[in-house]
Write a protein that binds this ligand. Structure first.
Ligand code: SF4
Length: 238
């Protein structure tokens, strides 16, 4: 039923503007039922700006894995100040991080895909799961052209991994369109984007990309492209 409802909403909301998607999402799920998950990437900054301009007072949250670049923390502060918003910051369970790092070391993610996924599970997925279990829908900044793992996504989907609706208002946007908006409206963005980091995650798992490389090529660059998701958007791996 939830899957059918997601398909129905996806048909209705496909092709409409991101502003309208956000407005409909707020109206459909209500302020108690939906939240925006921002990683502070450029797409997410655009969404924060759209919410602010429309006066849509939806809750915002972000995941602090404990391994983020300083530039991301700087942007978190700048965003809070610029928009006057409260951004809930979710941390991993301290005991789980202590156990993992004590057993496998601080750089376990370079040793195998399994250990990398374990680190993402502890630092990202578990905190996200705790948060999403209280919601009916979440908003995120996915775009289809971001990577081979994201080509099939819809504006509304049933998120099988976490059991709620997932809404991606920018699904049809191109990278050029995102940057055009951000520059035209003076939206604050991560300074790493100016240093050839199109997609930014944890510091040890993100590198700059070469000209012509896929925008996600700098994420977990030591793995094959089809593995390069952290599990937050797990079903796109299929
Ligand atoms: S991106 Fe890297 S450091 Fe961050 S949670 Fe995943 S494996 Fe760990």
């Amino acid at each position: 039923m939830s899957r059918e409802r997601a398909e129905e909403l996806n048909r209705q909301w496909s092709g409409i503007s991101p502003e309208e998607v956000l407005r409909l999402a707020a109206e459909t799920f209500g302020i108690e039922g939906i939240a925006f998950s921002t990683s502070l990437g450029v797409e997410d900054q655009l969404i924060t700006d759209l919410l602010h301009r429309q006066g849509l007072d939806l809750p915002l949250f972000t995941l602090d894995t404990g391994r983020l670049p300083q530039e991301t923390y700087d942007l978190l502060d700048e965003t809070r100040r610029r928009y006057g918003v409260r951004i809930e910051v979710l941390f991993p369970e301290a005991s789980s991080v202590e156990r993992m790092v004590s057993q496998h070391g601080p750089n376990l993610f370079y040793e195998s895909i399994d250990k990398r996924k374990e680190c993402c599970r502890v630092r990202k997925i578990e905190p996200l799961k705790r948060k999403l279990s209280k919601l009916d829908a979440w908003i995120c900044g996915l775009r289809r052209e971001q990577s081979v793992t994201r080509v099939g996504i819809g504006v509304v989907e049933w998120d099988e991994s976490f059991g709620l609706f997932k809404i991606s208002p920018l699904v049809d946007a191109s990278e050029a369109e995102v940057w055009e908006y951000v520059r035209a409206h003076g939206v604050p963005y991560n300074r790493l984007h100016d240093r050839s980091y199109p997609s930014i995650g944890c510091a040890p798992c993100t590198r700059a990309v070469e000209p012509g490389e896929d925008v996600r090529a700098g994420r977990w660059w030591w793995e094959q492209a089809e593995h390069r998701e952290c599990g937050l958007h797990r079903h796109q791996e299929q």
